[in-house]
Design a protein around this ligand. Structure first.
Ligand SMILES: [Zn+2]
Length: 139
């Protein structure tokens, strides 16, 4: 194989990759907050929704197809909310990096076809539907 110099990393790809490398604690899952009624006789919570106890926080996430929940204190819940946000941010950056990388990958293809003179620059993108309708039914 001929060794070609590594392609220059587009600034957008480099930028996004750098952001992704900025590691921080993060989570997938969701936080829920609820108030509850107790069973103490005469407690106001039985009648008044505003007198319910709480709020109580719980974090729910899926592990291997199973849903796990854990209760959190108010302080923990505030932190977990940030960690979930960090996870969302990470995910959207991954998506953005994918897109930028795929554009980069496309431009490599364009470079090759341009140098071999087979395709016009900025040519229309054609989606080819390859029909594989070969019926190989044993008779
Ligand atoms: Zn109560």
């Amino acid at each position: 194989m001929a060794t070609s110099p590594p392609p220059a990393v587009p600034s957008r790809v480099r930028h996004l990759a750098t952001e992704l490398a900025d590691a921080k604690p993060m989570r997938r899952g969701s936080l829920s907050e609820r108030t509850v009624k107790c069973s103490k006789p005469g407690c106001a919570c039985a009648q008044d929704p505003k007198a319910r106890h709480g709020p109580y926080y719980s974090f729910t996430h899926a592990v291997g197809g199973k849903t796990h929940s854990r209760f959190l204190t108010t302080e923990q819940a505030a932190l977990v909310r940030q960690q979930i946000d960090a996870g969302h941010q990470f995910r959207s950056r991954v998506d953005a990096l994918w897109e930028a990388s795929e554009q980069w990958a496309d431009s490599q293809l364009t470079d090759i076809s341009a140098s071999s003179g087979e395709a016009k620059k900025g040519g229309s993108r054609r989606v080819s539907k390859t029909k594989l309708s070969r019926k190989s039914r044993p008779s």
